[in-house]
Design a protein around this ligand. Structure first.
Ligand SMILES: Cc1ncc(COP(=O)(O)O)c(C=O)c1O
Length: 324
């Protein structure tokens, strides 16, 4: 059954009813995957609804568009404002946020430059991506037979719709084989990431995650988890990881906007550590949820409040996004 969205979708500056938000079948993006997008979340905190790392997400969107030579009339602040307007128009307390910049209806053929650049922002209420019990009990995953794309094929620094052709192959194989998710290796055989999540490994008290050169998306949750772990006094290393290091890890977990921080309890049917959420994963997960749900101080300025009555002090503390 089709997903029943509600409310309004922002399309090139206008709010359009969910059911009427349509594009032409000849649009370039439909044929050639010429889109870049974001996935962010708005949480219902005790101080009001707040978007998590909105500026960082919109900066990545603008950078993804730049890599694909897509020029649009909004920059980071304009997209942030449009996201806030869309959430307000829909009256959501918490929601998933999906901005999309894409090549619309112009000319036929691969060359995207003759098709216009359009943008949309969709919001909907979305629960746990890997299932309601996943955050606590963990998920069973496999190593995918599909490798991530090699550097200099699809740029992993861009969150492009086309990248998700690879993600779909990884996800379908995993699900059809009875797993929740697949972990892909890069073309050198090192651990890369899940179809929609970055991965972390714990061994002998040290936390590891693959470097950006292992064909991973530069995840904003990944960056937040590295920051939180270092704040908590853990050593975090970004280094190439062998496939077998997954099997002998003390703890493993996925991170991402949709998956948040989800423990992995088995890989290829090999039980990881205690077979449930390990102590370091639990500590980082607790701090992450305390920040995003407003129980811990937002010391890194990661929350942007949506409705005007929310604390102005926290708005002043907002994260500064560096260029690049
Ligand atoms: C392939 C891939 N890796 C990692 C992530 C996690 O990134 P983020 O934490 O910015 O959501 C995502 C989610 O967008 C993803 O699609």
């Amino acid at each position: 059954m089709a997903f029943a969205g509600t409310g309004s979708i922002w399309m090139n500056g206008s709010l359009v009813n969910w059911a009427d938000a349509k594009i032409h079948i000849m649009s370039h993006v439909v044929h050639y995957g010429s889109g870049v997008f974001e996935g962010a979340r708005c949480y219902d905190t005790p101080k009001g609804s707040a978007c998590f790392r909105l500026q960082a997400h919109m900066k990545r969107l603008v950078n993804s568009a730049k890599i694909y030579r897509m020029e649009y009339s909004l920059e980071v602040e304009g997209f942030c404002q449009a996201v806030l307007d869309t959430i307000r128009a829909n009256g959501f307390k918490s929601c998933y946020i999906r901005p999309l910049v894409y090549r619309g209806y112009g000319a036929p053929g691969v060359n995207p430059l003759a098709s216009p650049v359009d943008a949309a922002i969709l919001c909907w209420e979305w629960g746990q991506y890997l299932g309601p019990e996943a955050l606590e009990k963990g998920v069973d995953v496999c190593v995918s037979s599909w490798a991530r794309s090699a550097p200099n094929t699809f740029p992993t620094a861009a969150k492009a719709t086309a990248n998700y052709a690879s993600g779909q192959l990884i996800k379908m194989e995993a699900v059809l084989d009875g797993y929740s998710e697949g972990i892909a290796l890069d073309v050198a055989g090192h651990v890369s990431e899940g179809s929609g999540e970055n991965i972390f490994l714990v061994r002998d008290g040290v936390i590891y995650t693959p470097p950006l050169s292992s064909s991973v998306l530069q995840g904003i949750t990944r960056d937040s988890v590295i920051t939180i772990a270092r704040d908590l006094g853990y050593e975090v290393r970004e280094e190439a990881l062998l496939r077998e290091s997954l099997y002998i890890a003390d703890e493993l977990f996925f991170v991402g906007t949709a998956a948040e921080i989800t423990p992995i309890r088995s890989v290829d049917k090999i039980v990881i550590g205690p077979g449930h959420c390990g102590p370091i994963t639990k500590t980082i997960q607790a701090r992450f949820f305390d920040i995003i749900e407003g129980r811990s101080p937002d010391s890194h300025g990661w929350l942007t409040y949506v409705y005007p009555e929310a604390s102005s002090a926290d708005t002043k503390n907002r994260e500064k996004v560096v260029s690049g």
